[in-house]
Design a protein around this ligand. Structure first.
Ligand code: FAD
Length: 388
């Protein structure tokens, strides 16, 4: 398999790498200080505005959006480099729009929904959230209870969702609900588009998470929406939801690659400077083995990402590859970040370095988009099936 990037993809990767180094990295100390002082893990409006201006100037917008929506329609292989570069910094910034919901909309939106949601979303004029998880159904979304019932020309939604990211600022939320309890995930779960401020759609509480982020618990209390807010076919919500999970899992693998390579760079730089007991840390076999293992595993992750992206660009089903990447990438980044923090000693425990922020972020990544144990189970189940 040939993993060479074409000229356009290589140029894009260089542009994004430069953007991260020149525009995002200088903001890292302020972002870390803000979080350490309890002022939120965030960029200010004054910091965000010039970043968006620069993105537009460089064409770093709508990278995976279709050309007809003003996007660049880049192949998955090019996006690996983009997300790897973004993963190298803890500055909470990504190029609009967020890919997973974009792909779910592309797969399901009808003409009216394209005009009302997809096109402004692709232009970065709208932001969205996704509400799948419930207090009683997280890793296993097929157990969800939130119910949507047809009433004349409307749908009425009742239930509760939890751990929902970004719903406080979202213009619309894609909400998964049961439309046929008998069929469940096999034809009985549908997706709906719910606008912010829709009566009966309430944020019940904000939940602070590790790493300075927050999620939200959301309640649907006789939330009435017109029939036109059904996204895709009734009962066929589970498939497009899986599409968006695959997109996010590949993206997460590339973020992990970025985090791991930054941590390894920092480990090697420090090991070559710091002397203990008359020797550089770089001379210690314990440290060398961490470096060797990190280098090998990073190389494996890179190949896994390029393989999956190439297959995706060829129209192949990469659900299993995405599971393997999400599992391997998050666990690899966890280990490399931990070893780098250990190498830095007390300095590695400070909130002045990005390491602890990355470590907390990757810790949450081992839960969302499917916990590691569920991915191991799915990978094993698929393998065993071939021998049954
Ligand atoms: C930071 C963050 C952001 C999130 N954002 C969103 C969002 O925007 N929208 C949304 O809908 N959800 C979101 N979630 C929720 C996330 O998808 C769920 O937390 C996740 O799917 C796990 O569900 P759960 O927490 O209910 O754990 P459970 O399903 O209760 O599982 C608990 C643990 O049991 C083990 N386990 C479960 N099943 C198996 C199995 N088959 N085999 C072996 N072990 C198993 C695993 O160790 C797992 O961690 C977010 C979560 C986090 C942490």
């Amino acid at each position: 398999m040939n993993f060479d990037l074409d000229d356009e993809s290589r140029l894009l990767k260089e542009t994004v790498t430069r953007f991260v180094e020149e525009e995002l990295m200088p903001l890292e100390p302020a972002v870390l200080a803000r979080e350490a002082n309890g002022d939120g893990f965030r960029l200010t409006e004054e910091e965000l505005k010039p970043l968006y201006d620069k993105c537009r100037e460089l064409g770093l917008w709508g990278l995976d959006c279709p050309v007809e929506t003003g996007g660049a329609d880049l192949p998955a292989i090019a996006l690996v480099g983009v997300n790897e570069a973004l993963g190298r910094t803890v500055v909470p910034f990504s190029f609009p729009p967020d890919s997973p919901n974009l792909h779910m909309l592309l797969e399901t939106a009808n003409e009216q929904q394209k005009e009302k949601y997809l096109e402004p979303y692709a232009r970065g004029e709208m932001v969205s959230a996704i509400a799948i998880s419930e207090p009683g159904a997280g890793a296993d979304p097929s157990g969800m209870n939130t119910r949507a019932v047809k009433d004349g020309d409307d749908w009425v939604i009742n239930g509760r969702k939890i751990w929902i990211s970004g719903v406080d600022t979202a213009d619309f939320t894609i909400v998964m609900a049961v439309t046929d309890p008998e069929k469940g995930s096999r034809g009985g779960i549908s997706a709906f588009l719910i606008d912010k401020d829709t009566p009966g759609f309430e944020i019940a509480r904000k939940i602070p998470m590790i790493g300075g982020s927050s999620t939200f618990e959301v309640v649907f209390d006789d939330c009435r929406i017109p029939a036109g807010q059904l996204l895709g076919k009734e009962g066929a919500g589970f498939g497009p939801m899986q599409t968006r999970l695959v997109v996010r899992r590949l993206q997460m693998g590339a973020w992990c690659l970025g985090m791991a390579t930054r941590a390894l760079d920092m480990l090697c730089e420090y090991a070559n400077q710091r002397t203990t007991f008359g020797h550089l840390l770089a001379d210690r076999q314990a440290i060398q083995w961490w470096i060797a293992d990190a280098e090998v595993r990073i190389h494996c992750l890179k190949l896994m990402l390029w393989d999956a992206a190439t297959k995706q660009d060829n129209g192949q089903d990469v659900r299993t590859e995405a599971s393997m990447i999400k599992l391997y990438g998050t666990e690899l980044a966890t280990d490399i970040l931990d070893n780098t923090m250990q190498t830095y000693g007390a300095m590695g425990m400070t909130k002045e370095l990005p390491l602890q922020q990355m470590a907390q972020h990757v810790r949450t990544m081992r839960i969302f988009e499917g916990p590691s144990e569920v991915h191991r189970w799915v990978i094993a189940r698929n393998k065993l099936r071939a021998y049954a």
